[in-house]
Design a protein around this ligand. Structure first.
Ligand code: CP
Length: 307
């Protein structure tokens, strides 16, 4: 065992560490030049066994904006994974070349396994349908920046709550802040996993309800967190086709929402937010993706213990 700090699950960070990272991200946004050379000579490896736009590019942009360098793959078949190399061997090797690793993998628990073999910090950039803690840091920074604090909100989480790893991580993290109420909106087949209901919402006494219709609750929400139905996690294409358009947020639904509600989405979106909503000032999902780069800059600095 060693004392390297990894980020695999949002609960790996204490509230104080979370606040530190959000505060640092805020300072980076205000004073980017002060941070632009801090990681000169350091290398981030991005090992993406699954596709990504925001997470990989924002990690790589984050490292470059800190003065560091990057290496890695966005397609495992371009590496020796295609010859059958194991995750453990890949991690052992890459951790001798890089100072920190961000990895995404389709198997739940893979990032945790990587920590056993790594001599440098591992960041979970998404493990199957399990967790996506850096998306949660992005979500928290967005909420804190746009709604001023992380407490006292009615948060609607809508879509694929079963396979949506961003949802699982967000519920874990937001449950640590006071006076939030959560409204879970999903078809019956895509409700949250039982362990999230039992081990987080019920155990922590978080007020929550589960409903099927977005129209019935949209007027009560301070934050609406939309999610995509995760095609890649379905075993049966017929089920995906039946469920994929369960929710489509359009201007007609937005007209029933509060004037200061914000709409978030981890992206990518497919059909669940109509493009006409993009023009609505309450649509904050593109700004959210930008916050993701700043919070990843802060996270890298924290895990490398710089400043
Ligand atoms: N939010 C998110 O994880 O997006 P990508 O899949 O594009 O990285």
């Amino acid at each position: 065992m060693n004392n390297i700090k990894h980020l695999i699950d949002p609960m790996d960070l204490s509230i104080m560490e979370l606040e530190d990272i959000l505060g640092l991200a805020n300072d980076i946004m205000k004073n980017p030049k002060e941070y632009s050379h801090l990681l000169s000579g350091k290398i981030l490896a991005t090992l993406f066994y699954e596709p990504s736009t925001r997470t990989r590019f924002s990690f790589e942009a984050a490292m470059m904006k800190l003065g560091g360098n990057i290496l890695g793959f966005s397609e495992p078949n371009s590496s020796s994974v295609s010859k059958g190399e194991s995750l453990s061997d890949t991690i052992k090797i890459v951790s001798t070349y890089a100072d920190i690793i961000a990895m995404r993998h389709p198997k739940e628990g893979s990032a945790k396994v990587a920590t056993i073999y790594s001599s440098v910090p591992i960041i979970n950039a998404g493990d199957g349908g399990h967790q996506h803690p850096t998306q949660t840091l992005t979500d928290l920074l967005t909420i804190k920046s746009l709604k001023e604090n992380l407490e006292g909100h009615v948060i609607g989480i809508c879509g694929d709550l079963k396979f949506g790893r961003t949802v699982h991580s967000l519920i874990k993290a937001i449950s640590r802040y006071k006076n939030n109420k959560i409204i879970l909106i999903s078809p019956e087949e895509l409700t949250i996993p039982q362990y999230i209901r039992d081990e987080i919402l019920i155990k922590e006494n978080i007020p929550f309800i589960e409903v099927e219709r977005l129209e019935d609750v949209i007027d009560k929400l301070d934050i609406l967190y939309m999610t995509r139905v995760q095609k890649e996690r379905f075993f049966n294409e017929e089920d995906y086709i039946r469920l994929k358009d369960s929710y489509i947020l359009d201007q007609s639904k937005m007209s029933k929402a509060k004037k200061d509600m914000i709409v978030l989405h981890p992206l990518p979106r497919v059909n669940e937010i109509a493009q006409e909503v993009d023009k609505d000032p309450r649509a904050c999902y593109f700004k959210q993706a930008e916050y993701g780069m700043y919070v990843r800059m802060a996270l890298i600095l924290k895990l490398l213990e710089v400043r």
